[in-house]
Design a protein around this ligand. Structure first.
Ligand code: DC
Length: 225
């Protein structure tokens, strides 16, 4: 096989990155990797085990005891933390509130980036996250940077999680997104920034089909090359 193709999709929280990444991977038969799920699973471990985010020795020790695996059955994210399926639990509010703190830790990022780079060694993949086009795969041939109006993003997220979590309010979601945007863009370690060569995709007024077509137009020429 010629050199594998990596599609890096970065952007703000709840911008539709994973929807696009999954659709693209499905269409092209690429592997889909949700890097945010990895940080969420680490945050869940930290919560459950009361890991102190200022204690570097404890963090290193925790990372040695965290084993993450993806099981990609249907282009949905199925992730296990030490062999336990945690795909649903990592989407709940306690994890969403903890994950910014945990994903800002240097030791955590170093380990996750290492694992992500390994996944992109030989296979065609679509990976979404915050630093995929900058830190994980700076040489990725296709980089998209997604953005959308914050109110629209909060509404989309609300619709998505309100079913399972009816007591949550739109305001809480809006606050959580604003907090995560701030934390993601201002942290010292690999802050969320657009790579110079990333193409901006503002999907405020785009349907999922239009976004998929936009991405396909960037990737398909590489498959023919
Ligand atoms: O994409 P998401 O909302 O599931 O990501 C959860 C958190 O993980 C998000 O607040 C930022 C962090 N994250 C990160 O720092 N780097 C990545 N590559 C992916 C996610």
């Amino acid at each position: 096989m010629s050199k594998n193709i990596i599609v890096a999709i970065d952007g703000y929280s709840s911008c539709g990155k994973s929807t696009l990444a999954k659709a693209l991977a499905k269409k092209l038969h690429f592997i889909y990797v949700d890097s945010g799920a990895m940080y969420r699973a680490v945050a869940l471990y930290f919560l459950r085990n009361n890991i102190n985010s200022t204690d570097h020795a404890q963090i290193e020790e925790a990372l040695k005891n965290i084993h993450l695996n993806f099981h990609s059955r249907d282009y949905e994210t199925h992730i296990t933390l030490n062999d336990e399926e945690v795909s649903e639990e990592i989407r709940l509010m306690p994890v969403s509130e903890k994950v910014s703190e945990v994903s800002a830790l240097r030791e955590v990022r170093r380990e996750m980036v290492k694992q992500q780079q390994r996944m992109g060694k030989s296979k065609n993949i679509v990976m979404d996250g915050r630093d995929i086009g900058t830190a994980v795969f700076p040489d990725a041939p296709v980089k998209l940077f997604m953005t959308a109006d914050p109110k629209i993003r909060a509404e989309r997220r609300y619709k998505e999680i309100h079913v399972k979590n009816p007591e949550i309010t739109l305001e809480e979601i809006f606050e959580n997104l604003a907090h995560r945007d701030y934390a993601d863009t201002t942290r010292t370690e690999s802050p969320l920034v657009r790579a110079d060569d990333a193409i901006i995709l503002d999907n405020t007024n785009l349907t999922p089909e239009q976004q998929l077509q936009f991405a396909l137009d960037k990737v398909e020429p590489l498959l023919k090359a």
